[in-house]
Design a binder for this molecule. Structure first.
Ligand code: ADP
Length: 533
């Protein structure tokens, strides 16, 4: 027997309409390349989204069509990420940092009918443009929003929307309609497409807005330093709009990020650990100017405990360490402390926060052995992490060979090796593909990297497995050091690691570099390191 409640479809339209009706005066700020800030409110956003929805419909875009973006985080990009699904089509933010050949394959697979291009990315785009056959390209200009450098072949964004009506009634007929397409960042293999539905995005938005997850409120000013192509900016823009929080959009590499935090009063900011490591010295110097900042949401890679301490103790900014995957929209687990941890020492609390955390409500996790036996949650036993939730993919986009990635009983195989303790805190040991197999034993690159980052002379570190005739593989460390020294840094770091790990774990070689290569989403790029070596 069915209950009697309304079967009201869960769609992005609800999020947009709520933001406009209830929080219309709340602002969206964008950091412009010249360091100035562009600001308008959700009412203006809503008007422009409706104009844009009409404009793309007039162009012939229909439900189920894919519309790509090649852009940094700006108000126009946000408008596009709202208008395209509002019009029933699929928004597909392209990872601007991927190689043109890789991107061309992705554009072909997605069959993108229209691409919006940010003029700030036009140089990279020109390399892609030669390789693709996309019917419509609309350019927008972050600097002025005006029509500049007009060519006969391109459509100008401002003109494109200004001619359109600002009345638009969304007609999303089913919450299971596709709404967004994101590709994995390709850290350990070719990027794979994940096709989100309106329902999955809506439920993810509700889930992350709980107090122990993103915990956004109407009073927050949220700065996602996460590109939209990285799982829709980790869902932060939609979550902020639903909560009625203000949004601050910026390119993470901009030199004015700290000015922006001070000027707009950012309260919650999000990004990968690399960004927070890079910004730390300036934030420390200008501590008095950033007192509004109260929380960081960090994930994508392990957050080093030393960095957690620096933010929490010195800057009084709470760090919430999350684990997730593009396949999970992306949020899976969050490392917030329990009431039972209140009386622990600061060091013990940091250790808990440095774990990847407990499943957020709605997400289920399990640990599984190589022969498919479920493993205990004892904080020691290592197994493959498997997950399921209403916002987890059940298959990849246009990909039929999924046995490697999905179990027959409906769980996603994450490809991550982890432990889970009795309290439900999960800790990533390594990606299965990155674990180093030496003489039949496993060596965790993550554990070695975390330990190296604890040494005061180390700024950044990565450990990779290199093939070895005798042992199969041996660990090799690549480090960025704080300052040049006459001392033998390899010896110093070997001794440092020897206090924590067995002898066979200690890397045979330490290579000092100026910078560790990063992927387009700011993660350590181990492929590039191996090539570099
Ligand atoms: P890719 O797998 O190509 O990097 P994603 O950006 O979707 O694509 O990354 C998901 C993966 O990132 C996870 O499976 C995990 O290996 C890693 N990851 C995400 N968050 C964390 C974290 N907090 N700590 C360690 N690893 C993480």
């Amino acid at each position: 027997m069915f209950g009697v409640m309304m079967n009201y479809p869960l769609t992005l339209a609800q999020i947009l309409e709520h933001a406009h009706r209830i929080h219309g005066d709340k602002q969206v700020h964008t950091l412009l390349p010249n360091g100035k800030v562009h600001t308008y409110n959700y009412d203006t956003l809503d008007r422009r989204v409706k104009q844009l929805a009409n404009a793309i419909t007039t162009l012939g875009i229909r439900s189920g069509d894919s519309v790509a973006t090649f852009a940094s985080n700006t108000y126009q990009h946000l408008e596009i990420c709202c208008a395209v699904p509002y019009a029933g089509a699929i928004i597909h933010p392209l990872n601007v940092r991927l190689a043109p050949t890789q991107l061309a394959k992705i554009v072909e697979e997605a069959n993108d009918k229209l691409i919006f291009v940010d003029r700030a990315c036009v140089e990279q785009f020109s390399k892609l443009q030669q390789k693709i056959d996309c019917k419509h390209i609309v350019f927008f200009n972050i600097d002025t929003g005006q029509n500049e450098n007009r060519t006969n072949l391109s459509i100008e964004y401002e003109q494109f929307i200004s001619e359109a009506d600002n009345n638009y009634i969304s007609d999303i007929q089913d919450e299971n309609w596709a709404m967004a397409l994101c590709y994995t960042s390709g850290t350990s293999g070719e990027p794979k497409g994940v096709l989100y539905t309106h329902r999955s995005m809506f439920l993810h938005t509700l889930a992350v807005n709980q107090a122990d997850v993103f915990g956004l409120t109407e009073s927050d000013v949220v700065m996602p330093l996460v590109p939209m192509y990285h799982a829709m900016g980790w869902g932060l823009p939609y979550a902020s709009m639903f909560a009625g929080a203000e949004i601050v959009l910026a390119n993470a590499n901009h030199t004015h990020i700290v000015d922006l935090i001070a000027e707009t009063g950012v309260t919650v900011a999000a990004g990968v650990p690399t960004i927070w490591a890079r910004l730390l010295p300036e934030l420390q110097k200008r501590k008095q100017e950033i007192t509004s900042l109260r929380r960081l949401i960090v994930g994508g890679e392990p957050m080093p405990p030393t960095l957690i301490e620096a933010y929490e103790k010195e800057l009084r900014v709470e760090v919430r360490h999350a684990w997730g995957m593009t396949e999970m929209s992306p949020t899976g687990t969050f490392s917030t402390l329990r009431k039972a941890h209140q009386n622990l020492s600061d060091a013990e609390k940091t250790d808990i926060k440095a774990m990847q955390g407990r499943p957020i409500p709605g997400v289920q996790v399990r640990l599984v052995s190589e022969n498919d036996v479920e493993l205990p949650w004892d904080g020691k036993t290592i197994g493959e992490l498997q997950v399921r939730s209403p916002w987890t993919a059940r298959t990849y986009y246009k990909n039929t060979s999924t046995a490697e990635h999905f179990t027959t009983d409906g769980w996603l195989r994450t490809g991550d090796l982890a432990t889970i303790n009795a309290e439900g805190y999960m800790q990533i040991v390594d990606r299965a593909k990155a674990i180093i197999r030496s003489g039949g034993e496993s060596i965790s690159s993550v554990a070695l990297e975390t330990a190296l980052l604890k040494h005061p002379s180390v700024n950044d570190a990565a450990v990779v497995g290199v093939s070895d005739k005798k042992w199969g593989e041996r660990p090799l460390a690549v480090v960025v050091i704080t300052s040049q020294t006459d001392e033998d840094i390899s010896e110093i770091l070997k001794q440092h690691l020897a206090t924590e790990f067995p002898k066979f774990w200690i890397p045979d070689k330490f290579v000092v570099v100026d910078e560790i290569p990063k992927t387009g989403v700011g993660k350590t790029d181990k492929h590039a390191i191996l090539q570099m070596l």
